[in-house]
Write a protein that binds this ligand. Sequence first.
Ligand code: MN
Length: 407
Amino acid sequence: MLLGFLLLIVPAFGDGIPREEYQARRALLRKTLDGVLVLFAKADDDLRDYIQEPNFLYLTGWRDPGAALIMTANEEILFLPLRNRTSENFYGRTIDPNDKDVFEKTGFKAVLARSAIETTFLRLIENAPNIYTLRADPQAEKLKALAPLHEEGNATVLIAKLREFKSPAELALMQKAADVTVAAHLAAWHAMKAGKSEYEIAAVMTNTYLSAGCERSAYAPIVGSGPNSVILHYSANHRRMDAGEVVVMDVAAECGDYAMDVTRTVPVNGKFSARQREIYEIVLGAQKAAIAAVKPGMKAGRGAGTLQQIAFDYINTHGKDSHGEPLGKYFTHGLSHHVGLDVHDPSEQGVELKPGMVITIEPGIYIPEENLGVRIEDTVLVTENGCKLLSGSLPREVEEIERLVGK
Ligand SMILES: [Mn+2]
C-alpha cells in the first residue's frame, strides 16, 4: 500500500507554480511599492546544491545564480548574466538577456544584462524616496552606497505580507510535501527497532521522500533517542537507540521548493512506559487544544489569549515533574511558526491568523533528568472557520502508534 501511494505522487517539480502567478505576485507588490525594490539571486555555492534566495524565487521563479531584480510601482526589470562558454561547459545552455524568446522563458517584458544594473538603479531612484533590499546582502550594500541619502527599507517585510498567504498552487506543493513526509514517518515506524542507530532511521526517512522526487530535506533531520530526545535541534543522529526509550523524529521533506514540518515521538520498542505515555498524552492534549483554537483572528505569538498561551496552560495544569512541580517550564520553545518556501517562513510580528496562512502547531515537554522529551508537530492551513491539518493522516494517538511501531 505504501509503494502504490508513493508512485502516485511523483510530480513535475519546479513547474508547480505557473508563470502568470509570479507575474501576479509582482503586480500585487508594485501596487503599494513606494520606492525601488532591489533583490539579488543567491551567490553561487560552486559544488554545493544551489538553492535560490526564497524572496527572489517567490517574485521571479528564477532558479539560477547571477540574476537580479529591480521593481518600482511602474517597472519590473530582470537582470541576467550574459551567456558564458566556460560556465555553459559546466551547467549547460543558459538564457541570455538578448535571446529572442526571453519573455517566454522569464515572464519579464524587460530583461537587461546584469552589467546594466547600476545605471538602471540610478535612473529609478531619481523619483523614489525609499530603497528596499534584503538585510545583510553584500551586493545590495554596494548598490545602496550609490544612494547614501535615500531611506532604507526591509524588503523581507514587504514580501512577507504576500508570502504569508498561500495560493492554491503553493498549497498543492505543500500537500505533496506533507504526503511524502507522512510516508517517511510511517516508514520510520515500520523500521524502528532497539539496537538500531538514529541515522538508520533518518536514512529511511530521507530515502522515502528523495525516492518520491522531492529535492531535499526541509531542514536537517532530527532523530533524537533517550537523552537526545530533550535536545531541541539535535541532528547528529549517531546514537544507538535502546528499548525503553522514546525517539523524537522531527523530519520533513522539501518538494518543489516548499517545506513541510512534522514531528512525532514514538517508543523505540513499540510500547510507551506508563510515565512516557502520561507525558505524551499531555503534549497531545496541548496540541489538540491549540489546534481546536486555530481560526481567523487568533494570534499565534506569545501573550494572553494566544495559541502559545493555550498550549502552555494545558501543559502547566496537567501532570507534575519528579519534584511535584508543574510541567509548563519544560515547554521551552515557541508553539508555532509560518511554513512555506522556508521552513521558518517570514511573517509580520504578532499578525492575526487569516485564511490561507500555513503554520505549525508543535508543543513539547522536555525533562532532562528523566531523559524524556516529547514533541508533536503538525503543519496546518488556516481556513475560514478553523484549520486543516496538512499532515493529519499521520497518526498521533498512543494506540495507533503502538500498533504501527516496529511492525
Ligand atoms: Mn517546526
